[in-house]
Design a protein around this ligand. Structure first.
Ligand code: WT7
Length: 647
C-alpha cells in the first residue's frame, strides 16, 4: 500500500491556489506562513502565548506556557478556562447567537437545526442532567451514539462540568464497549435506541445492554429516542434522555477548570492486542483545534462547514465538535451512509445546505470515483471553496479527481496529516499560502518540527525514506495513555531518545514537502481507520476452532488496506468455507464490522523464524501475491511457504 502513493506521484507537480482564494484567506502568502512558522519554532512561548490569548477565552491567565519533562507536557500552567464555554457561550450576545451552530440531517431525511443560542440551552440542560446523576469533575462518561445533535450536546455537556468523555464509535461491538467502559471505569453511558445506516436500524441499545452485563462501574444509561423502536430498559439504571431533559433547568453556570483538566479519552488501536486510551486535556487541545480549524480550513464564521467523520474518531472530536464550534462556524452533521438512498447523497447535502468547506477521507473519494462523475455533475457544488482530506495518504489520481470533479478546479485541497495522539493537524499546506503537491501532505503547521530519521536516529537526506518523528512538544499533544504511563513512554518515546515517534514512514522532498508513506508498525489503515493486527489475531484465536493466527494488510484500491488472515486450525477442525464465514462474523462481533477480514486463508502452519517469530513481511508478500524474493534462510520449515502460496 505505501508505495502506491509515491510511485504514481510526480514530486515536482504543483497546484497553486487561485488569486481570489489567496486574497480572502486568513493567511494569504508564503511570506506570512514563513514568518509565523519561524516565530513559532524559534520563540514558541511567545508565539503560543499570543495565540492562546487571541483565540480562546480564559477565566484566569496562566503562569507558565509550557512545563516539559519529557515525555510529560503541561501547557498554560495555572490558567483556567471552560472548554464548553469557549465553544458555545462565548458566541452568545454576538451576531453569531442566532445563526445555525449545528445543521443535522438524518439518514431518512429528517432535519434539525440548532442555533448557538439553542445549542446553549441543550448543553446547559444536559450538564444539569449529568450532575443530577452524580457525575462530577473527573468522572468518565461513555458516549455510544449515532451522529446526531444529541451526541455533540453530550460531549459539550461533559466538558462543561469537567467530566471526561470517551466516545465509542457506533460501529463497535458490545465486546468493544465493555473493554472501553471497564478500562476507564465509566459511570454513565449515553446511547440511543438506535441509529440509521443504509436504511437499517443499528441496534445500539442492544449492544449496550449486552456490554453492561460485564460493566460494574456504570450506574446509569441515558437513552436518546432516535428511532422510536422498542428497546429493553433496565429499571433503576436506564433513563430516557427526553424525560430527563424535560425536567432539567436550562440554566447552568459553567465553572472554570485548570488548563490541564482531562477532556476526553479516545481509544485507538496499537501494535498490541489492547486498544490504547489516548488522553487529551483542555487548554492546549482546544487551542490546537481552534487554531488549525481557523488557518488550515481558512474557517470563517460565515462558513458552512461539513466534515463527514463520525464523532467516534478523533476527526469528529477535533473537527466536528471542538475546533469548529469554537470558531463559531455553521457545522453540518449527517447520520448515515454516503450511498443512501443513492450514491449522490453527499452532493445533495452539499447543494441543499450550500456547504462551503468539505472534509473527508481518501477512501470515500475513491468510492465516488468508482461510482461515476455523472452522479456529481447533476448537483450544483458552486458553494464549495475548500476541500480537505484526512486519514491516509491520498493517491494523486484521487487528488486530481477530487480537485476537478468536486472542487471544480477552483478549490484548494488541504491534505492533512495527523493522528489521534496529535489532537490536531500537524502537516498540511495552508490553503491561501502554499501550493499543493498531489499526494503530499505538505509542510509543518506552526510549532511542529517534523524530521525523517533512519533506524540509528539520524536525520536522513532529503529524498530518502525513513521514520517520521516530531521533535518539539505541541499544545494539543496527548498527555498520556489512560492509566498506563509505561506504555505511553514505550510506544511513542522509546524508538528514539527525546523525540515523538508516530509510527509512520515518510520522505521529505527537496522543497521540504512531506510524503507520508503509511504505517510501519503492526497497524493497518483500513478505510482511514486504524486496525491493530494484534487485535484481530486475538479475536481469531478466541474462536474455538483456531490454533494460531497472523493478520497482515494487502493493498486495496478502495480501502487502502484489506485485512488478510492466515489461520491454522485445531486438530480435527475442517477447513470449510462455512468456517471462513464464521470467522469473519466472529471478528465482527468481537471488534466491529470495520475489522472484518477480507480474506481468511487456512494454512497448515505459519512461517516462523528459528526463534519462533512469525515472519509477517513474508506473509504480507504472500498475501499480495508477490514473488517471494526475501531471504528465507531463517525460516524454520521452507515447505510452509510453498503450502501457503498454494492455499
Ligand atoms: C494515522 C492516524 C488523523 C485523523 C484520522 C486518523 C494516517 C492520517 C493522513 C494523511 C497520510 C495519514 C497515518 C497516521 N494518516 N492522515 N493526510 N496522509 N497518512 O487518525 O486513526 O489516529 O490514524 O492515519 O498513518 O499515523 P488515526
Amino acid at each position: 500500500m505505501p508505495d502506491k502513493t509515491t510511485s504514481t506521484a510526480n514530486q515536482s507537480e504543483k497546484v497553486s491556489p487561485s488569486p481570489e482564494f489567496r486574497k480572502q484567506a486568513t493567511i494569504g502568502s508564503m511570506a506570512e506562513y514563513k514568518r509565523l512558522y519561524k516565530e513559532s519554532v524559534e520563540s514558541p512561548e511567545k508565539f503560543w502565548n499570543a495565540q492562546a490569548k487571541e483565540l480562546l477565552q480564559w477565566r484566569k491567565p496562566w503562569k507558565k506556557t509550557l512545563e516539559w519533562k519529557e515525555p510529560q507536557a503541561k501547557w498554560f500552567v495555572g490558567g483556567k478556562l471552560n472548554v464548553c464555554e469557549n465553544c458555545v457561550d462565548r458566541h452568545l450576545g454576538t451576531a453569531r447567537e442566532n445563526k445555525a451552530a449545528l445543521i443535522f440531517e438524518g439518514e431518512p431525511g429528517d432535519q434539525q437545526t440548532l442555533t448557538y443560542k439553542q445549542l446553549h440551552v441543550e448543553v446547559c440542560k444536559f450538564a444539569n442532567v449529568l450532575e443530577s446523576l452524580g457525575v462530577k469533575k473527573g468522572d468518565r462518561i461513555a458516549i455510544y451514539m449515532p451522529m446526531t445533535c444529541e451526541a455533540v450536546v453530550a460531549m459539550l455537556a461533559s466538558a462543561r462540568i469537567g467530566a471526561v468523555h470517551t466516545v465509542i464509535f457506533g460501529g463497535f461491538s458490545s465486546e468493544s464497549i465493555k473493554d472501553r467502559v471497564n478500562d476507564c471505569q465509566a459511570k454513565v453511558v449515553v446511547t440511543a435506541d438506535g441509529g440509521w445506516r443504509r436504511g437499517s436500524v443499528v441496534d445500539l441499545k442492544k449492544n449496550v445492554n449486552a456490554a453492561m452485563a460485564g460493566c460494574s462501574t456504570v450506574t446509569n444509561v441515558v437513552v436518546v429516542k432516535r428511532i422510536g423502536n422498542r428497546v429493553s430498559m433496565k429499571q433503576g439504571r436506564d433513563l430516557w434522555y427526553h424525560t430527563l431533559m424535560n425536567e432539567a433547568s436550562h440554566k447552568h453556570a459553567a465553572k472554570a477548570f485548570d488548563a490541564e483538566t482531562p477532556l476526553f479519552i479516545l481509544y485507538t488501536s496499537g501494535s498490541t492486542g489492547k486498544p490504547k486510551g489516548v488522553l487529551h486535556t483542555s487548554g492546549g487541545y482546544l487551542l490546537g483545534t481552534t487554531m488549525t480549524s481557523k488557518y488550515v480550513f481558512d474557517l470563517k464564521e460565515s462558513d458552512t462547514y461539513w466534515c463527514t467523520a463520525d464523532i467516534g474518531w478523533i476527526t469528529g472530536h477535533s473537527y466536528v465538535t471542538y475546533g469548529i464550534l469554537s470558531n463559531g462556524a455553521t457545522n453540518v452533521i449527517y447520520e448515515g451512509a454516503p450511498n443512501y438512498p443513492e450514491v449522490d447523497r453527499f452532493w445533495d447535502i452539499v447543494e441543499r445546505h450550500r456547504v462551503t468547506i468539505f472534509y473527508t477521507a481518501p477512501t470515500a473519494i475513491r468510492a465516488f470515483m468508482k461510482w461515476g462523475s455523472e452522479h456529481i455533475e447533476k448537483h450544483d457544488l458552486s458553494s464549495l471553496r475548500l476541500l480537505g482530506s484526512v486519514g491516509e495518504p491520498i493517491n494523486p489520481e484521487a487528488w486530481k479527481w477530487y480537485h476537478k470533479t468536486i472542487g471544480g478546479g477552483r478549490c484548494p485541497i488541504v491534505d492533512t496529516w495527523w493522528q489521534t495522539e496529535t489532537g490536531g493537524i500537524m502537516i498540511t499546506t495552508l490553503p491561501g499560502a502554499a501550493y499543493s503537491k498531489p499526494g503530499s501532505a505538505g509542510l509543518p503547521f506552526f510549532g511542529v518540527v517534523p524530521k525523517v530519521f533512519n533506524d540509528e536516529g539520524h536525520e536522513v537526506r532529503r529524498g530518502d525514506g525513513g521514520k517520521l518523528v516530531l521533535t518539539q512538544p505541541w499544545p494539543s499533544m496527548l498527555r498520556g495513555l489512560y492509566g498506563d504511563k509505561k506504555r505511553y513512554k514505550e510506544t511513542y518515546w522509546s524508538e528514539y531518545k527525546g523525540v515523538y515517534f508516530c509510527g509512520d514512514g515518510c520522505k521529505q522532498d527537496k522543497d521540504g514537502y512531506f510524503w507520508i508513506v503509511g504505517r510501519i508498525d503492526d497497524v493497518l489503515n483500513v478505510s482511514g481507520h486504524r486496525i491493530g493486527t494484534a487485535e484481530v489475531e486475538s479475536a481469531l484465536v478466541g474462536h474455538g476452532g483456531v490454533a494460531e493466527a497472523a493478520v497482515v494488510g494487502r493493498p486495496h484500491d478502495l480501502k487502502g488496506s484489506a485485512v488478510v488472515c492466515f489461520v491454522t486450525l485445531k486438530e480435527g477442525v475442517a477447513m470449510t468455507d462455512e468456517l471462513r464465514r464464521e470467522l469473519r462474523e466472529h471478528v465482527g462481533k468481537e471488534i466491529g464490522a470495520i475489522a472484518k477480514p477480507d480474506e481468511v486463508r487456512f494454512a497448515p502452519a505459519l512461517p516462523k523464524t528459528r526463534s519462533g517469530k512469525i515472519m509477517r513481511r513474508l506473509l504480507k508478500d504472500i498475501a499480495a501475491g508477490k514473488e517471494i524474493k526475501q531471504d528465507t534462510t531463517t525460516l524454520e520449515d521452507l515447505n510452509v511457504v510453498k503450502a501457503l502460496q498454494k492455499g
